[in-house]
Design a protein around this ligand. Structure first.
Ligand code: ADP
Ligand code: TRP
Length: 382
């Protein structure tokens, strides 16, 4: 769904009157609805649909969005917008671990913002912002760092992968990446975090850091955030290189970007890793082939998938035809987004309005949390 520009900023249409009233009540009130005293009231409001649960998620500004980002994360963002109080951001601080140049940094922030909007994120419904526009997040990151321990940070799978992949750049930002991510989530006291399968461990760490803070200050202050997907399981979209997930850091040939032209998609899929074909009927598929079938399951109708699955089982599959069909279905899936990217990408006024509005709304929520957190820790002004 795409909104006309004049409609995009009519915030009155964003929430129902009841939920808006309760949202403002909770924001403006000096009461904290999630602390132990008010927890029953908070649960009551949530259970009877009078208050919306809070959702946070972000994507690093390390390039353009690909099918993995879309099916693992953004597709859920779009669906969650109406039902939840949503904060979706561009994780630009997180992207500094790999030292982008100033030009690349800004360009990539813009890429993610444009892709978010083109996919259907709606600034009237959701708070869409750039992480570095909300300095309160760093303050919370500092407090959480005081209770994050070297051993547990070193054991994080993502940290170990990065150390293995890039042993010359094991910086402290990389080590404390899960703490910054916890601050992103806890700053708005979110309970649901739409992410792909690869982020599950980070969510577990966010719960650990939030609970540790609660115990230290003897308050049920931060609620527990959980990874969320409308699908039965968290999604993992495979890449085209025969192994592992689709990812920006895995190289351009491995990824289908939402902005890729039909020609680029056909070329990339035709070069995807395959083998010499099945050597017996109904044989188990090797990883590279299974990955292509998994991709087809995501973008193609069930009949198409079943057709090629039967051919594989009967040893009659022709990978050329299979890949052609896969590429065409990827083109159909990305077509509307590609068109909208072209519509938005040069509209700098609109992008600026979206980012400013988002920063304002995100800071309002973050400032409230930081004020309460400072009180809990014991800071007092003179
Ligand atoms: P990338 O892995 O391409 O660098 P990010 O780390 O910024 O992208 O990921 C942002 C979001 O997209 C996260 O919620 C992550 O789980 C999801 N995501 C990224 N790649 C995939 C994938 N291949 N399959 C499913 N979800 C993914
Ligand atoms: N760590 C996530 C990733 O690499 C991106 C991210 C940063 C994030 N902060 C977040 C996701 C907070 C959800 C919530 O994919």
């Amino acid at each position: 769904m795409f909104f006309s520009k004049s409609l995009r900023f009519n915030t009155n249409t964003a929430w129902s009157n009841t939920s808006r009233a309760f949202f403002y009540l909770s924001r403006a009130s000096k009461f904290n609805f999630t602390n132990s005293t008010f927890f029953p009231l908070f649960s009551f409001l949530l259970n009877f649909g009078l208050m919306k649960e809070t959702v946070v998620s972000g994507i690093r500004s390390t390039g353009k969005l690909h099918l993995g980002n879309y099916y693992g994360a953004v597709k859920n963002f779009i669906k969650m917008q109406e039902e939840y109080n949503c904060y979706f951001f561009i994780a630009d601080w997180h992207s500094l671990t790999t030292h982008p140049t100033p030009e690349n940094l800004h360009g990539n922030i813009k890429n993610v913002l444009v892709d978010y909007l083109a996919c259907g994120l709606n600034p009237e419904e959701s708070t869409i912002y750039v992480q570095s526009d909300v300095p309160e997040i760093i303050e919370l990151y500092l407090y959480l760092n005081m209770n994050a321990y070297l051993g547990e940070l070193e054991r994080a799978t993502s940290f170990k992968d990065k150390v293995r992949g890039n042993p010359d750049n094991v910086n402290a930002g990389l080590l404390t990446y899960p703490v910054l991510m916890a601050a992103d989530i806890l700053i708005h006291k979110a309970t649901k975090v739409p992410v792909g399968k690869d982020q599950e461990q980070h969510l577990e760490m966010a719960r650990t850091f939030g609970n540790r803070f609660n115990r230290l200050y003897n308050q049920e202050y931060f609620p527990e955030p959980y990874a969320f997907s409308y699908t039965e399981k968290l999604v993992k979209v495979p890449g085209l290189d025969g192994k592992g997930k689709m990812g920006k850091s895995e190289g351009d040939a491995n990824c289908i970007y939402l902005s890729d032209t039909p020609e680029a998609i056909r070329k990339k899929v035709s070069r995807a890793v395959t083998d010499s074909g099945p050597s017996e009927e109904n044989q188990e598929k090797p990883e590279a082939i299974q990955n292509l079938f998994d991709l087809m399951k995501i973008v193609s109708p069930a009949d198409t998938l079943n057709h090629f699955d039967d051919l594989y089982n009967k040893m009659a599959i022709r990978y050329g035809d299979f890949k052609k069909q896969l590429a065409e279905d990827m083109i159909i899936a990305t077509d509307p987004v590609r068109e909208r990217i072209n519509d938005i990408v040069n509209d700098n006024d609109y992008l600026q309005k979206v980012a400013r509005l988002g920063a304002e709304k995100a800071r309002e929520s973050a400032q409230k949390t930081i004020k309460e957190v400072r009180q809990l820790i014991g800071f007092k002004s003179f």
